[in-house]
Design a protein around this ligand. Structure first.
Ligand code: XMP
Length: 503
């Protein structure tokens, strides 16, 4: 059912999968060199071969299973994927000077381009090019610099496009992909509810007869995972480590959200231990290192105490996989928000049901699983928590001041309907005392910096243009309700050059 996308290392592979899902087709990404058997295990109705940095002229270049190419399954090769098809079926590929950026398909024909205007803009990013189509294949489109920009097989079941239909710079790309799905007869009835059913089946199958351990952080991914295991009826234990660096009320919210939905939740109170580990540490990377170390220790002890477990479940998302493994599909874990090192150390099997999902898809699943919006739509929060929002030394007193100020800011954003309009918002407590007046007295208080940004993925960010009246109200509320704070400032730096967090 659906489409298997074979990943040959393109930075856009995730976008292909995403566009297909937006078109209602189930899609799963496998390494480009997956065997025919592995591909057929998904019973796909079509296969897409992604782009990639290699050259088909290189003997070591990654290639699909030849059995796939002669299987008769509908195929769409994109960029390197098209070159693979051309090369395999006897066409000619040559190294060229390279073409990057916008181009215009001045001519195109055939069912892949059905419904499109005469000239369309496409996005090119390639060095090699097909200079002669395989015998019997037809050239279906060309640009000025790339006369063979699309090809179709004699039986009309396999296609290649040199450009990238999956990126926004090919404005009609989605229509081209939709045409391919129609030509291949791919069902387009993939809904979040079906996605949930399929995940439940897979999790039940993988965890049958085993005990599953997972860490929940209070974020949407790990909370949704805990709910998925609970709904699947899997024997599990979810460990929530309270490291004392959480936002106000976070621990209680997680408990209230997950326990009633059947999650077997164990809260480990490790606040003193983390604070002790952070004592006197001011370097941000050292803070992160110590927190990571402590976290693994606490988790390991808990797994021993409540174990044995055979499986460790993690809420790794597809973008994490891409980021940490360069798109090769290797089981590489981003250390900062997963329990790095644990699976291999403790001999766990790894269960990552969200490995091929995007954040918004997990949010949708979480909704179906009953996760309250409070958690489901919460802003991202760094693993090291409030420790990286207190430049300099972390003390219990500073944490408490920060938590209270942050709660005022976040509460006000929600009250004014602004919370969902920014990507992330929080307070930073500056370790300096600024002078102020209270009555007739000079008073020294902490400085709180408000940070609110808009962003798509956190890679770049713009400071949020919050209304002045709103900022004024927040500053007044914080200084009134948190008397330890003497001054409130608003951070108006974008990323780059600044980062979102202050440390
Ligand atoms: P920066 O500050 O690098 O943050 O612009 C980008 C996004 O990443 C989050 N962040 C972290 N998340 N561990 C995490 O799990 C970390 O050490 C960490 N540092 C930053 C940050 O909150 C923002 O969403």
């Amino acid at each position: 059912m659906g489409v298997v996308v074979l990943d040959f290392g393109s930075q856009y592979t995730l976008l292909i999968a995403r566009r297909l899902r937006e078109l209602g087709a189930f899609s799963v990404v496998l390494p480009g060199t997956a065997s025919l058997q592995e591909i057929l295990a998904y019973d796909p109705q079509a296969v897409v071969l992604s782009g990639g940095p290699a050259s088909v002229l290189d003997p070591d270049a990654p290639r699909p299973d030849p059995g796939l190419l002669s299987s008769g399954l509908p195929l769409l090769g994109i960029c390197y994927g098209m070159q693979l098809l051309a090369h395999h079926f006897g066409g000619r590929v040559a190294r060229k000077a390279g073409e990057y950026g916008k181009a215009v398909l001045a001519r195109h024909e055939g069912p892949l381009f059905r419904g499109l205007p005469g000239e369309i803009q496409v996005w090119m990013s390639h060095s090699d090019a097909v200079i002669e189509p395989p015998p019997g294949w037809r050239v279906m489109a060309g640009t000025e610099d790339c006369p063979i920009a699309a090809i179709a097989s004699p039986n009309g079941r396999a296609f290649g496009v040199q450009f990238h239909p999956e990126v926004v710079h090919t404005p009609q790309g989605k229509q081209i992909l939709a045409n391919f799905l129609d030509l291949a007869g791919v069902e387009r009835d993939w809904t979040p509810a079906r996605m949930l059913d399929s995940l439940l089946d897979r999790v039940r199958c993988r965890a049958a007869g085993k005990r599953v351990l997972l860490g929940v952080s209070g974020g949407v991914d790990s909370s949704a995972l805990a709910l998925l295991l609970s709904r699947a009826g899997v024997d599990h234990l979810a460990i929530f480590v309270d490291h004392g660096l959480l936002r106000q009320g976070e621990r209680e919210e997680v408990e209230e959200a997950l326990r009633p939905l059947g999650v077997n939740l164990q809260v480990v109170d490790a606040r003193r231990r983390f604070l002790a580990a952070l004592k006197g540490v001011t370097d941000p990377e050292e803070k992160r290192r110590r927190i990571g170390h402590e976290f693994i220790e606490v988790f390991r002890e808990a797994s021993r105490e409540f174990g044995p477990f055979q499986v460790l479940a993690q809420g790794t998302l597809y973008p994490d996989v891409i980021e940490s493994a360069g798109g090769t599909g290797a089981a590489n874990i981003k250390s900062h928000h997963n329990v790095g090192g644990l699976p291999t150390e403790l001999g766990f099997e790894l269960l990552e049901p969200f490995r091929y999902l995007f954040k918004d898809e997990v949010r949708e699943l979480a909704r179906l699983l009953g996760l309250p919006d409070e958690i489901r739509l919460r802003h991202p929060f760094p693993g090291p928590g409030l420790a990286v929002r207190i430049p300099g030394g972390v003390t219990e007193e500073r944490l408490e001041v920060l938590r209270r100020a942050d709660a005022v800011f976040i509460g006000a954003l929600k009250e004014h309907g602004l919370y969902d309009r920014v990507w992330q918002a929080f307070c930073v407590l500056l370790p300096l005392r600024s002078v102020g007046v209270a009555g007739d007295e000079r008073r020294y208080g902490y400085v709180i910096a408000l940070r609110a940004v808009t962003s798509v993925d956190g890679m770049t960010a713009d400071w949020a243009r919050l209304p002045q009246g709103f900022l004024d109200e927040v500053a007044r509320r914080i200084t009134r309700r948190v008397p330890e704070v003497g001054r409130v400032v608003y951070d108006i730096t974008s990323k780059p050059p600044a980062t979102i967090e202050w440390e």
